[in-house]
Design a protein around this ligand. Sequence first.
Ligand code: UDP
Length: 405
Amino acid sequence: MRIAMISEHASPLAILGGADAGGQNTHVAELSAALVAAGHDVRVYTRRDAVDLPVTVRSPDGYDVVHVPAGPAEPVAKDGLLPHMGPFGAWLIDRWRGGDWAPEVVHAHFWMSGLAALDAGRETGVPVVQTYHALGTVKRRHQGVQDTSPARRIAYERHLGRSVDRVIAQCRDEVGELVRMGVPRSAMTVVPSGVNLETFAPLGLATEREPGRTRILTVGRLVERKGFQTVVRAMEHVPEAECVVVGGPPAGLLETDPYARRLRALAGSCGVAERVRLVGAVPREEMGRWYRSADVLVAAPWYEPFGLTPLEAMACGVPVVATAVGGLRDTVVDGVTGDLVPARDPRALGAALRALLDDRIRRFAYAGAARARARRHYSWAVTAQRLVEVYDEVATVHRPTRVVA
Ligand code: UDP
């Protein structure tokens, strides 16, 4: 099948860890690779954000990345991209009408991609599948006035949910959110993200660690909602262990990163500075080494649409302590593959970590169950297959193209 992915801000080729580069980039890269491995023809359309980017780049996994000229050829924060979605959609229409390659289905990632995809899909008769990755309602609830999303985000998201051919929800929590927004349940199919079971496996190299010191690992973009402050505060309740934070800008730029500075200051004021280490961004291919070096992975976000890092740790056979929010309530089985704790509660997180680190047998049992769960339910091959079933369903519905005056 000819499949177009639209991922306006998240290129599958980007370096991860920065403020706007994380799970969506990984998701689009891995999904596209799995679809190519299953024999499909995949093109990923992402915004051209540097002058020296060629229009098309063939990724090592066999899909093409097409850099769409929409807005300035320089980095633009995600929340500033809305005005460029019209030109993005228009460029797609031009290309797909031009004749050399047109998709049978277009899968949009994030709401702004959905707007461009819907425009292009309506004009060219291509069905549109939408994955939100994150929802404006949830962000607004948790971030309040600090939410810098465009004002009409939630209205656009509702409109998309009612207009596209199928919405892919990634977890049960998202289904509830979408229903409460007014998106019909019948428009949705639940397909969770996958995890790369070759990159993330128990056997392989692991980063060095200090002998005799247990390691708590936490991974993600260095943004407040990921809850790193809660983790740092929790370290007060977990004596002896070290906490390694992976993500953020490259190591050399941590000194000047405002959030990294705040975390370090907090660690100082909690008296745990010597046991908290920030390593900065790590290339995706080296992430397995960090997971394998850990006794436990902590994911303590305030909210989490899906959350790939716990799943990556689980695939490496690492138990997870996570906050009971969003997608983490589906991936982490409380008391079986890890422990779930309330969000923004350093004391509860600290107590759960301490109890788990003190209990080698439970850790071992969680590790085995975590690995088995990741393998059984979250392989990319299965996720891709389930999405292809959706693509097939929507592609068989005939839809007229809009008549151009
Ligand atoms: N990641 C990475 N290097 C880093 C930090 C993160 O490769 O330094 C990857 C991580 O392995 C995961 C993704 O970025 O695949 C983060 O995804 P998640 O769903 O946990 O968070 P999001 O960024 O979507 O909020």
